[in-house]
Ligand binder design. Structure first.
Ligand SMILES: [Zn+2]
Length: 242
């Protein structure tokens, strides 16, 4: 095993209050494209730039176009958890990891068995009628024609944080609480450029800050350990799930 991987394994062994903070890179290994990467959604051809379509004002103004893009490009119903998701679920089951904080909206952590998952940007699995508040699952959205509607006639909106919308205050507060109490913070699959989520890292007070990302991040110099490998390979190997 590589020296840095071995170091990570030792720290995990010593820690009892690990928190994981993850970005799009955790899901790309399950075949879900990264929004902001060159090969991701942003480079794909569409009538409007994706960051316009996935905005609150566009959703309000052009719900048909919003949903055409959303169903076509943002829902990946066949995606399965990868070794990173499984490793984190295992660490939680062992009592070592306290929470997964994620920027992803795909629900793969829960599918892998994680229980305490804080979804900063919401989830495609939760959808609510904007008129009566009735809940609808992902399957209902996928099978709907055009703009999904409630039995009451109201429009159904995914519980996903769109551009121009704020993050859920309670989720943010819980994330800050977990990070500030953690003895080890593992950050993976994010280049740490998306605020305010990326600013959460500043609440960590310990001395085991680990960054796992294929490309360099803006916070590499702050980290106690930087691993530039696939997050699934690293976490899978050090926890023994693969
Ligand atoms: Zn309704």
């Amino acid at each position: 095993m590589k020296e840095k991987w071995q170091q990570l394994k030792e720290w995990i062994g010593e820690s009892g209050n690990i928190v994981f903070f993850g970005g799009a890179g955790v899901s790309t290994e399950s075949g879900i494209p990264d929004f902001r990467s060159v090969d991701g959604l942003y480079s794909q051809q569409y009538d409007y730039p994706p960051e316009t379509i996935i905005s609150h004002s566009f959703y309000m103004r052009r719900p048909e176009e919003f949903y055409r893009f959303y169903k076509d490009r943002m829902l990946f119903t066949g995606a399965k958890p990868n070794a990173a998701h499984k490793a984190l679920a295992k660490l939680e089951a062992e009592g070592k990891l306290k929470a997964v904080i994620t920027q992803n909206i795909d629900g793969l952590h829960q599918m892998a068995g994680s229980r305490e998952v804080l979804e900063l940007h919401g989830s495609v699995h939760r959808n609510y009628c904007t008129r009566c508040g009735e809940f609808y699952d992902l399957d209902y959205i996928v099978k709907s024609d055009g703009v999904p509607r409630c039995s009451c006639g109201g429009v159904i909106k995914p519980d996903v944080v769109l551009y121009e919308e704020g993050l859920d205050t309670r989720t943010l507060e819980k994330s800050v609480d977990y990070i500030s109490k953690a003895d080890m913070l593992i950050i993976g699959g994010t280049s740490l450029v998306v605020y305010p989520a990326a600013g959460l890292i500043d609440y960590y007070r310990g001395n085991k800050l680990v960054l796992i990302n294929k490309a360099a991040t803006s916070r590499d110099s702050q980290a106690d350990l930087v691993i530039s490998d696939s997050i699934g390979e690293v976490l899978g190997a050090v926890t023994g799930v693969v």
